[in-house]
Design a protein around this ligand. Sequence first.
Ligand SMILES: [Zn+2]
Length: 299
Amino acid sequence: MTTPPQQPPFQPGGGGYVPPPGQPPYGQPPYGQPQPPYQQPGQPQGQPPFPQYGPGGPQGGQYQQPQPGQPPYGQPPYGQPQPPYQPQPQPGQYPQGQLQCRFCGGVPAVEATVRGHQGFIVLMRFLKLQGPFCKTCGTAATRDLTAKSMWQGWWGIASLIINPITMFLNLGTYSKFKNLPEPAPGAPGRPMDPGKPLFKRPVALGLLLPIVVIALLVTLANLTSEPSAAVGSCVYNKGTAAKPNVKVVDCTASEADYKVVGRIDGTANGDECARFEDSTVSYTDESRSKKYTLCLAPN
Ligand SMILES: [Zn+2]
């Protein structure tokens, strides 16, 4: 068993090693060893030590080797200022000092920071991608990080506040990219894929998450605070006759003044209690979303 030799990174079209016709471009034998017979591509031995190219082969441009001076996506900028990268020296192509996209090298580009937020109950993650961005890569980065925030950004108390701010900041950043002209053709790298607009993605439903959670909490609060003053239970008036405040108590308790002989949901009209013969007092409640009337008789 031989280990593949450390090969220099393959430069698509870079002019280094040119495979002979009919020979796979990689899977070369180790240097200094006799040439083995021709290997079929796809055999486990001789697999390239670098990522597979996508459809289209090395010339198809699916896989982009990170170019010197151009950090790959998501990597922090190198500590030292890099000179503007010129793919093929073409004097006068870019005016001196013009910002180039950090991701594809395209122009025009604008300095910007795209943000995202992820909440994990107690932990949080702040995502950040620094430019300069061309219009295409900026749009792609904003959509990507905002999409993450839309459904991963809500899961924590602090996140509930931080996340809307994060997405709001991205709105401002996005307008920068919107105002930027389309990138000039011939960028040295491949721009990011902007994908679909955010509101055509299912993750946009994540924006409803906080609304759903609040609605659930309100419903729960309503349900738990609703007095279970069913017919047959007994109540005690903690308040006054003018401003009653009834509490459900056990019928054997000394303070159990009244027994509920009728309950009418959906109305807060004491006159309706006339239909209950025993009822001498009525109690109406419309403070909650569900109003109701209790028809009471002395216990
Ligand atoms: Zn770009």
